[in-house]
Design a protein around this ligand. Structure first.
Ligand code: WT7
Length: 683
């Protein structure tokens, strides 16, 4: 077997599921025949295809002169040049003009059950105009950066759309970030204004935001004002005179003369700046355009979720991530849908919170992440059983590979074995989903994101930069790249041209950094980040594949595998596993896991060491940070791990290091020892 190929067994798992077509004639894309015709059309005449979508889905103040201006040498792709539009107009005003004035645009469920707010399109318009006026009174102008360090509250959506109305560039900073992450983003963006809240409410506790921000701002000279939402009603918020203003005081003057005319933005003007979640290292500041991005957001939202007028759409991702931007705000609102927004977490006060919300608001589309599904799976299906989930029509997954086992759990327990699951592969840089099924057209295979969407030219490259071409083999594996531009592609990396160019330097087209395998049906199986892959005796093994096998054992809730240096093999495999609740850690279980990997993949893939852990280090968006686990497996101490600002619960790291040391000493840890260490780490 050659080195550039992954050895993968993922594709051999489980069966296939046909799309549920009965009664679905109203679907945007219905049945395979219609889908095939669309794929062909997009392939043959891509510009006509994208231009068609841009004019069907958005309102343009002025039509574009050119669909695409491509500078192939510098890899700059500018969509709908000469076109004028405004994202806020498209997400609000337009719907009011066509009779959706009294339709719910945004339903908000607070952390506390009785905290519910609902904004119709008309109400959203009023609030957005008031905030646009208010920001404008603070001298926010087109092109200025406004940082949003806010919890999941309606004011966050309102602030985004107010910025878009003015033409200011919003940059959302996840509210769970501590100091370093926040400071570097505000400084990097040279933000003029920061909008925040007194505190976020998470799992029954207040997490101060404004107080956290104050010391950070001492080193952010660009910030002229801080606008503070009084969300948690904390009484001891310190406000700095002339700098800090309460949100409610600021907008108070703007009630009567509400209309705030939309800035006529160029299609190629930036809409927002957003940093990647940092699972692979330093976060990258990605800049997205107005026309191309919004077209791609609306287009993918409509087709992937088959979104219709009376749907209640719930994207569970925090708006601090691209998923929240595209599928929690811009995509669905551009289509005039109803968005559900939830402030809390899935397990608080009990692990039934998501299902309560689905039942309470009759949710139709539920888009979530494997990390959430795994955590709910770990606690057992009984939590979902007592709720009526009958309104759900489509389930979605994003962020990490969803292993066939987890897919099946979601399908059976939440989807009642009848709903399509749209597993959507994409990245902050791509603006919207790239590889995903069309729910009423694409046959599903658990664990595969299926096929590139119409107009998306994905391919697999070998290490030597030659394409692993269609037809050259039944199965192809290697680097996942995109060969042709699409409207959602990032405008650039903020103030870092070199980083932008690095996406194109290796293959001459967009390099995702992920590994993938394509099966004989042209289905894509995402194998994880290429940087994370493991090379055992010259064979490249994918993290996703080995982890999927470990998680297929009913005792295991989560797994992460990383390479560790090995004198003979080059690299050996080190596995961290988290057991489901009430499963004891034992050598018998270790042996079972080893046997399973040996049986399902082969001896080559069987881990040298298996370490039980209480929890794995993850980004705030829920991705396992294998980079840290690799360092620990290689013997690094806590001090040698470096930057930890992107780690959501850094206290999980210490017990993992402790467990690793025991493994090397040949002492087999017990759950209680780890628990002690965990308590240590938190103390
Ligand atoms: C990376 C991008 C896209 C929004 C969320 C994260 C991984 C994402 C999938 C999926 C397998 C996935 C990839 C990608 N990823 N979706 N459906 N199957 N892997 O955005 O922080 O920019 O991360 O997330 O590795 O490169 P992001």
């Amino acid at each position: 077997m050659s080195q550039e190929h992954y050895t993968s067994t993922l594709t051999q798992q489980a069966g296939t599921y046909l799309p549920p077509l009965h009664g679905k004639a109203s679907a945007w894309v219905c049945g395979n025949e219609e889908a095939e015709a669309i794929y062909m059309q997009a392939l043959e005449k891509p510009e006509e295809f994208w231009e068609g979508r841009a004019s069907q889905l958005l309102h343009w103040f002025k039509r574009w002169d050119k669909v695409l201006e491509a500078d192939e040498e510098r890899h700059k792709y500018r969509w709908f040049t000469g076109g004028k539009l405004n994202a806020s107009f498209n997400c609000i005003d337009r719907h009011i003009l066509i009779g959706r004035r009294n339709k719910a645009a945004l339903i908000w469920q607070g952390e506390r059950e009785m905290d519910v707010r609902c904004y119709t399109y008309q109400m959203l318009y009023t609030e957005v105009c008031r905030v646009a006026h208010a920001l404008s009174s603070l001298r926010v102008r087109k092109g200025d950066r406004v940082a949003l360090y806010m919890p999941m509250i309606p004011e966050l959506v309102i602030a985004m759309l107010a910025c878009a109305r003015i033409g200011a560039i919003h940059t959302a900073i996840f509210s769970g970030y501590a100091e370093g992450g926040v400071r570097s983003r505000i400084q990097g963006a040279k933000a003029k204004i920061v909008i925040t809240a007194d505190a976020a409410v998470r799992a029954g506790k207040f997490k101060p935001l404004k107080a956290n921000l104050d010391p950070i701002l001492e080193k952010c000279p660009s910030v002229a004002h801080v606008v503070v939402v009084n969300h948690a009603e904390l009484f001891d918020v310190k406000m700095m005179p002339n700098r800090d203003i309460w949100w409610h005081d600021l907008i108070e003057d703007f009630t009567l003369d509400v209309d705030f005319p939309c800035e006529r933005m160029n299609s190629t003007d930036p809409l927002f700046l957003l940093h990647t979640s940092g699972s692979t290292g330093k976060p990258t500041g990605v800049l997205h355009s107005t026309g191309g991005y919004l077209t791609y957001a609306a287009h993918t939202t409509q087709w992937i979720f088959d979104m219709h007028d009376d749907d209640v759409h719930w994207c569970t991702a925090d708006i601090g991530w691209i998923t929240g931007h595209t599928y929690g705000v811009y995509g669905p609102l551009a289509l005039g849908a109803t968005v559900l927004m939830f402030e809390g977490v899935p397990t608080w006060p009990k692990p039934d919170r998501y299902w309560r919300i689905v039942e309470k608001f009759r949710v139709n589309i539920l888009y979530t992440a494997p990390t959430v599904i795994r955590s709910l799976m770990r606690m057992g299906e009984a939590w979902a059983e007592r709720y009526d989930l009958g309104t759900l029509r489509i389930l979605g997954s994003v962020g990490e590979p969803i292993s066939p086992e987890v897919w099946q759990w979601f399908y059976k327990n939440i989807g009642n074995s009848e709903l399509p699951i749209v597993d959507t592969w994409w990245q902050t840089e791509t603006g919207g989903a790239m590889i995903a099924p069309l729910p009423y057209a694409t046959k599903l295979k658990p664990g595969s994101a299926t096929k590139p969407l119409p107009g998306i030219d994905a391919a697999i490259m070998r290490d030597d930069s030659t394409p692993d071409l269609d037809g050259s083999a039944d199965r192809r594996s290697g680097h996942l790249v995109i060969r042709k531009p699409w409207p959602g592609i990032m405008l650039g990396v903020y103030n870092d041209e070199e980083k932008y160019q690095s996406y194109f330097s290796r293959f001459g087209c967009y390099e995702s950094g992920d590994g993938a395998e394509v099966d004989e049906d042209g289905y894509y199986w995402i194998l994880g980040r290429i940087d994370d892959s493991i090379n055992v005796s010259g064979h490249r093994l994918s993290t996703a594949e080995i982890e999927a096998v470990l998680v297929s054992c009913p005792e295991i809730a989560e797994a992460a595998v990383v390479p560790m240096p090995h004198a003979l093999k080059g690299e050996a495999i080190y596995a961290y596993v988290v057991t489901r609740d009430e499963v004891a850690w034992s050598d018998t279980l270790r042996k079972k896991l080893l046997d399973t990997v040996r049986r399902d993949i082969g001896a080559l893939a069987s881990p040298e060491y298996i370490q039980f852990a209480e929890a794995l280090p993850k980004t705030h968006s829920g991705k396992v940070i294998r980079r840290l686990l690799r360092k620990i497996a290689g013997g690094s101490s806590l001090e040698e791990l470096g930057e930890l600002t992107t780690v959501a619960h850094p206290e999980v790291i210490k017990p993992i290091i402790y467990g690793h040391q025991n493994i090397l000493l040949g002492q087999h840890e017990t759950a209680s020892m780890e628990a002690e260490a965990a308590a240590d780490g938190r103390g």
